[in-house]
Structures are given as structure tokens and as C-alpha cells.
Write a protein that binds this ligand. Structure first.
Ligand SMILES: *Cc1c(COP(=O)(O)O)cnc(C)c1O
Length: 387
């Protein structure tokens, strides 16, 4: 059994702290206060205001997607993205079981069924090879899309999640999904700033969805964004998330069942200030990752780094431990010492609401579930002078 004393020392040394060290805290070093005060001074704190529009423009620019729609949170963004990709009640959606629960919840909110497909060991995200194997066995291409031969249901979409900021094998996934006529939604909640062959994650699928929850690489307090290169779909997303109200100066007419999912201006103000700092956050994250990579190499531990032709935003740092015993030992030791660490998520099919859905063998997902841990990943505070 490894003694992880060297690990706790390393982390305390990095954060120059003997106190409790959390997993990920936001950093407010820019225009946050200024923009928030502006909301209050102008009374524009709610669903109308310039920061929402600004933020949409800036997120689209950052990801080089044609359009972005600001949303109340990432989960709601996924729900709407699926619906607009053509997911109807009774349909099926391919996704990974190794993910945060929101990915699967967004499918169920649409009264569709998830089908859990394995991940790749290297990316920890949806495996194009596993998707291809599943479709080879169960897929049937008809005029209006792909159907599952086993259930007779339509496979209406595929959600891939870029785990901790590491992009999935997008070229391969796009090819498989194109062959089977299945639209891709990227759950890019964790991967703002990550790139695949020089292009932003989130900009490859029919839709990409980001989250700006408090623990993500930038935060709006709570918030999300849908990005797409399809202007028509972007307009539909905006419409659906703003109660499907037809624009009119005084009449209230709603032409379908919409949602109140618009990001409030006060959250967008925070988001704008944070987005201005994203590039500097990414540099600092990368510096941290290099530090960890060098350190863990000397200890013979596997620290996960980005794959060739990709860039990770290094949102949450992760180690791959030897086996489940080592993992449990690590988690207990470090948390006892006041260093917050956690295992990767329990696989979705272990949760009561997801236990009865179709899935493949999940070999890689189970391997990773037993071994991957996250540890404190916040950007380090510098004193004012250095900043
Ligand atoms: C954070 C997260 C979400 C949801 O984002 P919220 O803004 O918290 O609703 C979705 N998927 C993944 C993988 C996430 O990590």
C-alpha cells in the first residue's frame, strides 16, 4: 500500500496552505465587481440586459461557433439541445455511463431513453469504436434515421462528454455518427477552452453545451450556453428558452411549450468578467498541469495529460491509481489530511433511475471508475504585485 504523504506535501506546497484545500474554487480577479454593480445601478438584474447579449457574442467568438445562446444552467442547455436535435419522447440517445448525472438527466427530461456506450481509456469520454460496434450490432438505417433493432426505437442523438476537459476522439466519432445519420450533441460543460486539432470543443456537434456553475473553469454563479453553427437552430434555441414568446411590444403570444431558461443579466455580468480572464486561467492551469506531470513522474504515478493534437483546459487534475484498493486508500488518506479529493463518478447504470437501460460491456468505464481520482485544481493565488 502506497503512503501518500508525498502527495499531501506536494499539494500543500503548491497552494502554500496548511488549511483545508478544496477541489476547485472560482477566482475573481477582473471586472466582476464592476459589472455586478452596473447591473444593480441600472436595475437590469434579470432576464433582460446588455450582459446577456454581450456574453452570447463573446462565447460564440471564443469557440468560433456561429451563435451562442445563454442559458440558466448547463443541464437545461443539454435538455434543449437534445430536443432541437430531434429527440422526441420514446426515442433513444447514445451516451457514456461514465459522466456527471446531468448528461443522462437531460435525456430523461425529454422522455427519451439513454443507451450507455463504453468510453475510451485514453480520453475517458465516449468511444467512437464502441459506438460503431454497438451500431453494427443493433443499428438499422432507415429513411428517417437510425433505429435500434432490439427495441424498435429511433436513435435520435448521441451525446459525448469531454471528461475533465480532455476532448473525445472527435474525428472518429463524427464519422461513425455521420455514417448512421445520428446528430451529435457535445456535453462540453467541463471543456471550455479545450481544443481538438485546433478547434474548440463544443463547436463540432450540432450543438455544444457549456456550464458556468461555481466549480467550472469560469463561473456565472450558475449558468450555461448552447453553441451551434446552425443559425436557424440557434434562433429556435433562443425562442424555446425564452418561453417561446413571439416578439411584440405588448402582446403575449407563445407559439409552443417553451421554457424559462434564460440566463439572468446578473449572472451574465459575472460570466462576462470571467470570460475576459479565460485565456489567463488556461495558461495558469497548464502551468499547474506541467508541475504535476513532472512531480508525479518522479513518483511513478500516472497523471493524466492531454493527447496529441488536442488541448485540455485542465479543469480538474486527475490521477490514475493502480487499483480500487489504492484508490480507496488515497481518498481516505488525503481527505483525512484536509485535501479534498474524490473518485470519478459512479457509472450511471448504478443509479436507481438508470439501472434498466440498454448498455454495452462497459469494460473501460469500469476500469476507470475504479482508478481515476481528482485532486485540488484551483488556479493558485498570487500576491497583487505578481498578478
Ligand atoms: C457541470 C456539468 C453539467 C451541468 O451543468 P450545470 O450548469 O451544473 O447544470 C453537465 N454535464 C457535465 C459533464 C458537467 O460536468
Amino acid at each position: 500500500m502506497t503512503n501518500f504523504n508525498f502527495f499531501t506535501k506536494h499539494i500543500k506546497n503548491i497552494y502554500k496552505s496548511e488549511d483545508f484545500i478544496p477541489l476547485h474554487v472560482p477566482r475573481f480577479a477582473g471586472n466582476e465587481k464592476k459589472y455586478l454593480l452596473e447591473c444593480i445601478d441600472t436595475t437590469f438584474v434579470s432576464s433582460v440586459g446588455k450582459f446577456v447579449n454581450d456574453f452570447e457574442i463573446q462565447i460564440a467568438k471564443k469557440t468560433k461557433a456561429k451563435k451562442a445562446v445563454a442559458i440558466v444552467n448547463g443541464t437545461a442547455g443539454l435538455q434543449v439541445a437534445l430536443r432541437l436535435s430531434g429527440v422526441n419522447p420514446g426515442d433513444e440517445v447514445l451516451t457514456q455511463a461514465l459522466t456527471f448525472v446531468a448528461t443522462a438527466n437531460a435525456i430523461l427530461y425529454n422522455n427519451a431513453s439513454p443507451v450507455f456506450i463504453d468510453v475510451d481509456i485514453d480520453t475517458m469520454g465516449l468511444s467512437p469504436k464502441a459506438v460503431s460496434e454497438f451500431l453494427y450490432e443493433f443499428g438499422e438505417l432507415r429513411d428517417d434515421g437510425c433505429y435500434n433493432k432490439k427495441t424498435g426505437r429511433k436513435i435520435a442523438a448521441c451525446i459525448a462528454m469531454h471528461t475533465f476537459g480532455f476532448p473525445v476522439h472527435l474525428d472518429e466519432l463524427i464519422k461513425v455518427c455521420k455514417d448512421w445519420n445520428i446528430p451529435i450533441v457535445e456535453d462540453a460543460a467541463e471543456s471550455l477552452g479545450s481544443e481538438y486539432k485546433g478547434k474548440a470543443t463544443g463547436s463540432f456537434g450540432e450543438f455544444g453545451v457549456f456550464s458556468f456553475n461555481g466549480n467550472k473553469i469560469i463561473t456565472a454563479g450558475g449558468g450555461g450556453a448552447i453553441v451551434t453553427n446552425n443559425i436557424d437552430l440557434a434562433e429556435k434555441a433562443k425562442h424555446l428558452t425564452t418561453t417561446a414568446k413571439k416578439p411584440h411590444s405588448y402582446e403575449y403570444y407563445h407559439d409552443e411549450l417553451g421554457y424559462n431558461y434564460r440566463m439572468p443579466n446578473i449572472n451574465a455580468a459575472l460570466a462576462c468578467a470571467q470570460l475576459e480572464q479565460l485565456d489567463s486561467f488556461l495558461i495558469k492551469k497548464r502551468e499547474l498541469a506541467h508541475l504535476h506531470a513532472d512531480f508525479f513522474k518522479t513518483k511513478g504515478l500516472i497523471f493524466r495529460t492531454e493527447l496529441p493534437e488536442t488541448k485540455s483546459n485542465y479543469w480538474l487534475m486527475c490521477l490514475e491509481l493502480e487499483n480500487k484498493n489504492e484508490r480507496d486508500n488515497f481518498l481516505k488518506y488525503t481527505n483525512d489530511k484536509g485535501i479534498m479529493t474524490r473518485p470519478i463518478w459512479q457509472l450511471m447504470f448504478r443509479l436507481p433511475m438508470y439501472k434498466d437501460f440498454q448498455m454495452d460491456n462497459q469494460t473501460n468505464a469500469i476500469f476507470l471508475e475504479e482508478r481515476i481520482v481528482n485532486f485540488p485544481s484551483s488556479i493558485r493565488k498570487r500576491n497583487k504585485k505578481q498578478n
